[in-house]
Design a binder for this molecule. Structure first.
Ligand code: DSN
Length: 411
């Protein structure tokens, strides 16, 4: 028993389980996987080395491993309508790296959304491999509307002539017009990479337009709205398939994590079930309601609202920064994350914003009316931040409420 042979790890595990049960998780990139996905991540598939691809492995004994990887590929291609897939990326970062490596040379130029406006580390940040290997130029969001101005993106693309345009974001609450990105990329003869890590579940459920038939590469993580295990995937046009596969292995990875790939296969199957559409639709309904509840309480929402699973609040008129509010909320059992808002005067570790999302609480079964309760507690926490007694009372209510929505109901 783990409890008897490793008390430290056991205690941390039990504490984490208890924390997840008794808190309200609003980090938009987090979710609660199904029991089957969880089980496969801890399965005997982890014991197997399988460098290579189905039918072409560098190890014996891969019969069942091949079955699993073929299944995962078939399912993800059918889920997203893709011509080719690779399910081996250990993460979204490695998915992006492999996609870049398959068609770009060091020194080539990429045009992507600035991380300061909601982009991602691997979209050309100076201290990330993508900013070291490539010349990165950026588009932002419009200062007034706080949404992407596609005419400005086009102007930058025409001026900079990048080899690749990257679209997709980590903190953007509006529909992304992949069609417009496609036409801009065509006009300047650039490859198009769509990183749908955040919105993959919405795309799979047809609740957000898909870039898969337009972009040369579509990359994603598997653990956000898609509700699979922690990992990555790449979809691409058939013509890029061989290069992409060798960019992953031997390019940047060795043995695939077969226990994770098995869990991905199950998650893709779950995403094909009609109930997955209902789940994704509920994520959006919850998010829009939560957003409205904040608006009604005088909070300024970036871009004025949300079309997807997340939104960001500008806290500047509330006399608190993102870092302080994140900590304050954590103390009462509400887990969020501070986030830069567009043109933020604060540095990334402080921030003027808070990023909020509903995939996790929707997996736990919370509905629109619960959003009003949660927003109420979050607002009360801010208003009474100096009053220990009130904060304690909110914390009790939050924890009691959270337990009403078990993570794994039957356990
Ligand atoms: N770290 C992820 C997020 O929280 O959005 C992006 O990869």
């Amino acid at each position: 028993m783990l409890k008897d042979i490793d008390k430290e790890v056991y205690n941390a595990l039990i504490s984490e389980e208890e924390k997840q049960r008794s808190t309200i998780g609003l980090i938009p990139s987090e979710n609660i996987v199904s029991k089957n996905v969880l089980k496969l991540m801890g399965s005997v598939f982890t014991n197997k080395y399988a460098e290579g691809y189905p039918g072409k492995r560098y190890y014996g004994g891969c019969k069942f491993i091949d079955e699993i990887e073929n299944l995962a590929n078939e399912r993800v291609c059918s889920l997203f309508g893709a011509e080719h897939s690779n399910v081996q990326p250990h993460s979204g970062s490695q998915a992006n790296m492999a996609a870049y490596f398959s068609v770009l040379k060091p020194g080539d130029k990429i045009l992507a959304m600035n991380i300061l406006a909601g982009g991602h580390l691997t979209h050309g940040l100076k201290v990330n491999f993508s900013g070291v290997f490539y010349q990165a130029v950026f588009y932002s969001v419009d200062k007034e509307t706080e949404t992407i101005d596609y005419d400005v993106v086009r102007d930058i693309a025409l001026k900079e002539r990048p080899q690749m345009i990257v679209c997709g974001a980590s903190s953007y609450s509006r529909i992304i017009d992949f069609n417009k990105f496609y036409h801009i990329a065509q006009e300047v003869n650039a490859y198009l990479l769509a990183d749908i890590a955040h919105i993959a579940g919405l795309v799979a459920a047809n609740l957000h337009p898909s870039p898969v038939h337009l972009a040369n590469f579509t990359t994603s993580t598997t653990h956000k709205t898609l509700r699979g295990p922690r990992g990555g995937l790449i979809l691409c046009k058939k013509e890029h398939g061989n290069k992409l596969d060798s960019s992953i292995m031997p390019g940047i990875q060795g043995g695939p994590l077969m226990h994770i790939i098995a869990a991905k296969a199950v998650a893709f199957k779950e995403a094909m079930n009609p109930s997955f559409f209902d789940y994704q639709r509920q994520i959006i309904k919850n998010c829009q309601r939560l957003c409205e509840e904040f608006k009604n309480r005088g909070y300024r929402i970036i871009s004025g609202g949300t079309d997807n699973h997340l939104f960001s609040i500008d806290l500047r008129n509330k006399g608190i920064n993102g870092n302080e509010y994140e900590k304050l909320l954590e103390d009462v059992g509400i887990i969020t994350n501070k986030n830069l808002i567009p043109y933020d005067p604060q540095p990334p570790y402080i921030t003027s914003g808070l990023r909020i999302g509903t995939p996790l609480i929707t997996s736990r079964g919370m509905k629109e009316d619960d959003m009003a309760i949660i927003a109420g507690w979050m607002d009360e926490t801010l208003k009474n931040r100096k009053d220990e007694k009130i904060l304690k009372d909110i914390s009790k209510k939050v924890r009691r409420f959270a337990r009403e929505f078990p993570i794994y109901p039957s356990s």
